[in-house]
Ligand binder design. Structure first.
Ligand code: HEC
Length: 207
């Protein structure tokens, strides 16, 4: 009995140790492969070995592969996910194309880009809410450059000044996106649609 016990322990130890030898292209023995590789269809992770999991296959798959095979032979790189068509430009969650004018294109952007939103009460109300979140503390509730932060952060622009009261919505959009002078960029915090809403609201302040 003793011998059997020590043999058992010896074998288990040997099995454990050999299983752990991984390296180079060899991942070692996987005791529960479906914990490493999802059996579910996933976009990137796929098992291309048609025989993987043959030992526990209980279903007959039409093309004869074993349990863990889940790659798509017909897609590029055998991924489940299709690659986008060539020259595809990704849009953000709202379906907007990226804003491509660089920071130094203010004058051009101000003259050429138009606000795609209408001037409905809902858009203005949304713009007001966003203005209160992102701009009010510097520019003040009426845009006079007298927000709380402006006490400490000198040079906040008065949006109703003669120099600024006639700026276009494109100008405002561009400044929110890229910042200007002492004002930091807000393009990464505020999505394009919300930036346009704010631009609409700022115009109501400037009237
Ligand atoms: C941290 C304070 C701060 C915040 C927040 C801030 N601004 Fe400004 N803003 C400034 C300062 C400072 C200037 C003056 C920049 C300069 O000319 O150096 C300025 C300038 C501007 C101008 C005038 C640009 C020009 O052409 O001279 C506009 C328009 C403007 N801000 C809009 C906004 C809007 C809209 C928001 C909210 C999304 C916002 N700002 C948030 C500080 C701020």
């Amino acid at each position: 009995m003793r011998v059997v016990k020590s043999l058992f322990i010896g074998f288990s130890a040997a099995a454990l140790l050999t299983a752990c030898t991984a390296g180079g292209d060899n991942p070692g023995t996987e005791y529960a492969p479906n914990m490493y590789h999802s059996v579910a269809y996933e976009p990137y992770s796929q098992i291309v070995d048609e025989d993987a999991g043959r030992w526990l296959t209980s279903i007959e798959y039409p093309d004869g592969h074993a349990e863990f095979f889940n790659s798509n032979k017909f897609n590029p790189h055998r991924m489940t996910m299709r690659e986008p068509a060539p020259n595809t430009v990704s849009r953000n969650k709202q379906g907007w194309l990226p804003y491509r004018f660089g920071k130094d294109s203010l004058a051009y952007a101000a003259a050429s880009i138009k606000n795609p939103l209408d001037s409905s009460a809902a858009v203005i109300a949304g713009g007001k809410l966003l203005y209160e979140m992102y701009c009010d503390h510097c520019h003040g509730a009426k845009g006079a450059g007298d927000g709380k932060v402006a006490d400490k952060y000198a040079g906040v622009a008065n949006l109703n000044s003669d120099a600024l009261k006639n700026i276009s919505e494109g100008h405002i959009f561009h400044v929110i996106t890229h910042g200007k002078g002492l004002m930091w960029a807000h393009g990464s915090q505020i999505n394009p649609e919300d930036r346009w809403k704010i631009a609409k609201y700022v115009k109501t302040l400037q009237k």
